[in-house]
Design a binder for this molecule. Structure first.
Ligand SMILES: NC(=O)C1=CN([C@@H]2O[C@H](COP(=O)(O)OP(=O)(O)OC[C@H]3O[C@@H](n4cnc5c(N)ncnc54)[C@H](O)[C@@H]3O)[C@@H](O)[C@H]2O)C=CC1
Ligand SMILES: CC(=O)[C@H](N)C(=O)O
Length: 343
């Protein structure tokens, strides 16, 4: 099977690898669509993300969907022909975090495309059936692949307890910020304010229904939010840029008693916060890491047309042109590129 392997930064090789056979609890999936995530691009450019270093050739891609072609002997829930989305993290199921139900915090999770675990830029993937979700007829495999970033958005909104009538500020209009906006709307938020520093990203967020967009390179965020909320502040702020000034600004834009959810991964680990602001204003500040139990919800929202994920896709490329696709994905005005394997 054709497989794109990152051999060193900026270098993919297309290799012919043997097609895996599914283990007793696995399904073999013919991959149809894989999204290019910012983390894939980061590995492509730098060969590492923090402590995760690409020491051996690595298959990237963790936003994937396809069609089941074979199932292991213990699998009865899925059968060849089913179109499916693959949840990319498989936890150990035995540790304290898994047993508490926080399987996304498992320290032994095998997460696709995080070294040393291979991902889905390959024609076939064998994956534990428990982390494979059937797609309804009206949900495409492109949408199935994008259940992954949508899951990040759903989990962030759950962490922020976003509810009916809320005003939500989303900082950063990349794919994650846009998925947070979709999930917040679906959770009942009536007002969504979106920030960025790239004008095209803001126009796009506006076209997708942001009630107010703020270019924080040109406008004061605090003033814009004050004006929009009559001086109250946002009920929930979801930080989805990872930019240090944006992370700092979250506690100035949230209302007293409100919630800040930090999703964006800062390059700089030490971001100063005035803790007295957090205490006096009784803020809840939550981290949000990946997701748990979100795939059924994501698929349900897509089936009901309650969210739009396909609209964020700028381009689709073939596996043979993965290098060109990654170079295109590095353009700051591009939101989402996909590798499509065709039917
Ligand atoms: N916690 C988690 O589980 C996850 C975290 N992430 C992180 O979330 C962040 C967002 O991911 P993507 O959307 O894929 O990244 P992205 O890089 O495509 O989008 C970030 C956006 O923030 C904008 N931005 C830059 N500086 C800004 C500022 N000062 N204020 C507002 N916006 C600003 C950029 O122009 C860009 O549009 C990244 O840091 C990523 O590493 C991504 C997935 C999961
Ligand atoms: C941080 C990422 O972008 C990635 N989706 C991951 O969960 O590792």
């Amino acid at each position: 099977m054709k497989t794109a392997v990152l051999t060193e930064p900026h270098e993919f090789e297309i290799e012919d690898r043997p097609r895996p056979s599914p283990g007793p609890d696995d399904v073999l999936v013919a991959v149809r669509d894989v999204g290019i995530c910012g983390s894939d691009v980061h590995y492509y450019e730098h060969g590492r993300i923090g402590d995760y270093v690409v020491e051996n050739p690595l298959v990237l891609g963790h936003e994937s969907a396809g069609e089941v072609v074979d199932v292991g002997e213990n699998v009865s829930r899925l059968e060849p022909g089913d179109r499916v989305a693959l949840e990319p993290g498989v936890p150990c199921r035995r540790c304290a975090h898994c047993k508490r139900g926080d399987y996304h915090l498992c320290e032994d999770v095998e997460f696709m495309a995080t070294p040393p675990h291979d991902g889905a830029f390959t024609e076939y993937v064998s994956w534990p059936a428990d982390y494979v979700y059937e797609l309804p007829e009206n949900v495409s495999t492109t949408e199935g692949a994008l259940c992954e970033p949508l899951s990040v958005g759903i989990h962030a909104c759950r962490r922020g307890d976003v509810g009916t009538g809320d005003t939500v500020l989303v900082t950063g209009a990349g794919p994650i910020g846009l998925m947070v906006m979709e999930a917040a709307r679906a959770a009942g938020a009536t007002d969504v304010i979106v920030t960025d520093v790239v004008e095209e990203k803001l126009s796009f967020a506006g076209e997708r229904g942001a009630d107010r967009v703020v270019n924080v390179a040109e406008e004061s965020l605090e003033a814009a939010v004050d004006e929009y909320t009559d001086g109250v502040g946002a009920d929930v702020v979801v930080e989805a840029s990872g930019a240090e000034p944006s992370i700092r600004s979250t506690i100035d834009a949230v209302r007293r008693g409100g919630t800040v959810v930090l999703v964006g991964l800062a390059d700089e680990a030490n971001v100063p916060f005035d803790v007295l602001d957090i205490i006096d204003n009784e803020l809840d500040v939550h981290g949000s890491f990946r997701y748990k139990n979100t795939y059924d919800a994501a698929i349900g929202l897509l089936e009901d047309d309650a969210v739009d994920v396909e609209g964020i896709v700028d381009f689709e490329s073939s596996l043979d042109d993965i290098d060109g696709a990654f170079r295109r994905a590095m353009d700051p005005s591009v939101v989402k590129g996909m590798i499509s394997f065709g039917e």
